[in-house]
Write a protein that binds this ligand. Structure first.
Ligand code: ZN
Length: 62
């Protein structure tokens, strides 16, 4: 299988993992992870906000 656009063509939005909008301090963060609040709604929270609010990333739950 060949890419139809050929080599050197890249998507305009790179698939960066870990950059997300922290809903707690209202800014982008490189350490943002998906967490759920007490009502079950999913938001991204950065590392420092997860520590401050005792949030557990969804991916780290059993
Ligand atoms: Zn934050």
């Amino acid at each position: 299988m060949q890419h139809p656009t050929g080599p050197g063509s890249r998507p305009t939005v790179p698939p960066v993992i870990g950059i997300g909008w922290c809903a707690w301090h209202q800014a982008y963060s490189a350490t943002a992870r998906l967490v759920q609040d007490a009502e079950g709604a999913a938001y991204f929270a950065c590392n420092s906000c997860r520590e401050a609010y005792n949030l557990v990333p969804v991916a780290d739950r059993p």
